[in-house]
Design a protein around this ligand. Structure first.
Ligand code: HEC
Length: 174
């Protein structure tokens, strides 16, 4: 086989328009935490994920994401990601969005013109209160989507890891 053929799948993957629905489906098994790096949990694919103990204690990032989401995103997406008349129910969206897609949409924003009605997701790429906490918001919404995390402020949380403090200082200060 000519050597150029081995690049075809890669090129096709890069050419797929962002709007094409992916076959990705998240669930509890896929989101299961398999590694823990200083209080931050990751799934088997290496994407950040939540950890909810049997007594309801959530990992720090899920708790932090709850707070960030409900200060920066809820005005449009509804408290706890439950949706509104003009922005999607993110507690459902995260069942089909990959981590990479989530990051891209939040960083770049998205504009959708359907039947003459404009629907705009703003870009948060320049908002430190969002981009310094993107993983936090992601794992919180992932927990809402596939982790049975109830609405409202999680009652119990793990202590804030040193890594979270360090990241916050460098990201917010820089
Ligand atoms: C000013 C209102 C507004 C704010 C604030 C807002 N969004 Fe959105 N968002 C929207 C709208 C409207 C859409 C749907 C855009 C479309 O139709 O393509 C959307 C879409 C999304 C999507 C894609 C959902 C899907 O099902 O494809 C994600 C993810 C998202 N927003 C995350 C966030 C996060 C995280 C925040 C907070 C950091 C946020 N949004 C804040 C209005 C908003």
């Amino acid at each position: 086989m000519p050597s150029t053929f081995k690049y075809v799948p890669l090129v096709l993957a890069l050419l797929l328009p962002a709007g094409v629905p992916s076959a990705f489906a998240d669930d509890k098994a896929a989101a299961a935490a398999v590694t823990n790096e200083d209080g931050k949990y990751f799934d088997a694919e290496g994407s950040p994920t939540f950890k909810i103990a049997e007594d309801g204690t959530v990992d720090w990032y899920t708790y932090s994401g709850y707070r960030r989401f409900n200060s920066e995103c809820f005005v449009c997406h509804g408290a706890d990601g439950a949706g509104s008349s003009f922005a999607p129910v993110l507690a459902d969206s995260l069942k089909v969005l990959t981590y990479g897609e989530f990051l891209q949409i939040v960083a770049e924003g998205r504009k959708n013109l359907t039947a003459g009605k404009e629907s705009v997701m703003p870009s948060f790429g320049n908002n430190k209160n969002v981009y310094c906490y993107l993983d936090d918001i992601y794992v919180y919404l992932r927990a809402r989507a596939v982790g049975d995390l109830p609405r409202g402020r999680p009652a119990k949380k793990e202590e804030k890891p040193q890594a979270a403090k360090d990241h916050e200082t460098s990201c917010m200060g820089g």
